[in-house]
Design a protein around this ligand. Structure first.
Ligand SMILES: Nc1ncnc2c1ncn2[C@@H]1O[C@H](COP(=O)(O)OP(=O)(O)OP(=O)(O)O)[C@@H](O)[C@H]1O
Ligand SMILES: [Mg+2]
Length: 455
């Protein structure tokens, strides 16, 4: 195909104006669209000096300087265009200038920008929602002295927006709830609240996740690099959940950040300073981990500026009726059920139970009981809907006819099933609670057939 024909075909479009001006300023080529806008015939333009046709032309500047002029506002006969003038260079010499318009009408550009802006605002809202605290102190239910004391301390922490807080407590006691509430009640509330689950991110990725990276910092790194969670949280709060699972080498890097308040992105030597409040949480006994050399003592003291130790539910059983009456209407909305209350007998079962999974377990048990009650058209949860709980509390005594090994196996299976249920079948949490390796948990789950379908 004739290459000349292809270029003129390309340029002869009504979507843009196109003009080629020779080094001496004479017009070499002009497309039909531009001729129509100028209101001229081809022979009145081609071969003529461009300065005589459009005196304000930038093509002459491009020819003189050899520099491209990109994206300027160009108005001709009522058409508001965005145009570009590009010098054409051959063997180091300026030979011509090519000028074209990006938009025939600036309103097209404005529409595009407006569309992009509304899209951008939508994403900003989304990110704000994703990176904002969703719970406040009003959602932390409890009249018992021990929880009231912790709540009081947490409200004080909210008033000091730079204090580092360490939230400890058993699984399901409300550690995350407290972190949200502190951020929301603090002067940082309009800024991001960013949660990082240190247990869920593989060790080799956690550093990049927290501190970000530069382009090319590692294979597979994103073009242009990426900010880390510390940068994203600037002005706000970073919630380092399950801090007890952080590797020792990552603990050292975190310690440096807490001391210096600055860090470098992976693959960069440029320090970045941020202003973030750190709230860390764990259900592990960090002091014990220090003695086992699994947690750095210096980091522990840096994090433990203020400790909120949330009491387990069994140490505040007087709150159980209150929690039930708070959770029942909430769960009714989620489950589309219409349960109104609990019988005295059912409440008694609740108060006598140990609640190793704390409020999360209480919520799950209530959910199950409410579904059962609803299926049987009960408005009140009675002992009948809690039979599955009683089974957990009672261990059948048929030991006389069994060998020690099979008794131990039965007991192990029972414990595993119980903890898996309490953690919503979360294997890493289960392994954690029982203090066994994840790999041996997988083995046992398989051995005892404790697959989710069997629950
Ligand atoms: N005092 C409370 N009042 C009402 N609901 C609560 C309270 N504490 C916890 N919850 C609810 O219990 C559930 C578990 O809470 P949360 O996730 O904060 O616990 P956690 O301590 O972070 O648990 P884990 O150690 O398993 O991560 C959530 O649904 C939370 O809303
Ligand atoms: Mg949590």
């Amino acid at each position: 195909m004739d290459p000349g024909l292809l270029v003129s075909d390309l340029l002869d479009t009504n979507a843009m104006t196109a003009l080629i001006v020779c080094k001496d300023g004479s017009v070499k080529y002009i497309n039909k669209t531009y001729l129509d806008i100028l209101g001229k015939k081809e022979e009145a333009v081609v071969g003529k000096y461009i300065g005589d046709i459009t005196p304000e032309t930038r093509t002459l500047i491009s020819l003189m300087t050899g520099k491209a002029i990109v994206g300027y506002n160009w108005s001709v006969n009522g058409y508001n265009m965005i145009a570009c003038s590009l010098p054409l260079i051959k063997n180091g010499e300026i030979v011509a200038c090519f000028a074209y318009s990006l938009f025939l009408d600036i309103w097209d550009a404005k529409d595009l920008v407006n569309n992009l802006m509304s899209e951008l605002n939508m994403y900003k809202d989304e990110v704000h929602h994703l990176y904002s605290a969703r719970h406040d102190f009003a959602e932390i239910i409890g009249q018992a002295r021990n929880i009231q004391d912790v709540k009081f301390l947490a409200q004080k922490a909210a008033l000091h927006p730079s204090i580092t807080v360490l939230v400890t407590g058993e699984s399901g006691t409300g550690k995350e709830l407290f972190a949200h509430a502190i951020h929301k009640a603090s002067s940082r509330s309009r800024m991001p609240f960013i949660r990082v689950n240190c247990a869920a991110i593989p060790e080799n990725l956690l550093e990049a996740e927290l501190f970000g990276y530069e382009e090319g910092a590692f294979t597979g790194s994103r073009k242009g690099g990426s900010p880390g969670k510390f940068e994203l949280a600037n002005g706000g709060t970073i919630f380092l959940d399950e801090i007890g699972e952080m590797s020792l080498s990552m603990q050292s890097k975190l310690l440096v950040f807490l001391q210096e308040k600055e860090f470098e992105r992976l693959g960069s030597h440029h320090p970045i300073r941020v202003n973030v409040r750190v709230i860390a949480a764990t259900n592990r006994n960090l002091k014990e981990m220090i003695t086992q050399q699994k947690f750095r003592e210096d980091l522990y003291y840096r994090l433990n500026v203020l400790n909120l130790d949330i009491p387990p539910l069994r140490e505040r059983i007087q709150d159980i009726p209150l929690l039930a009456s708070y959770l029942i209407p909430k769960l009714n909305r989620e489950l589309n059920t219409c349960v109104t209350s609990m019988s005295d007998e059912a409440l008694d079962i609740f108060c006598k139970y140990d609640w190793p999974g704390n409020i999360r377990e209480l919520t799950n048990v209530l959910q199950r009981a409410m579904i059962l009650a609803d299926m049987e058209n009960y408005l009140t949860i009675t002992a009948k809907q809690l039979v599955f709980m009683k089974n957990h509390n009672e261990t059948k005594d048929d030991s006389s006819s069994k060998t020690l090994r099979s008794l131990i196996r039965d007991y192990e299976k029972q414990i595993l099933a119980k903890v898996l249920e309490e953690t919503d079948y979360n294997k890493s949490k289960t392994a954690n609670i029982l203090d066994i390796d994840l790999s041996s948990l997988y083995k046992k789950v398989k051995q005892y057939g404790l697959t989710p379908e069997n629950f």
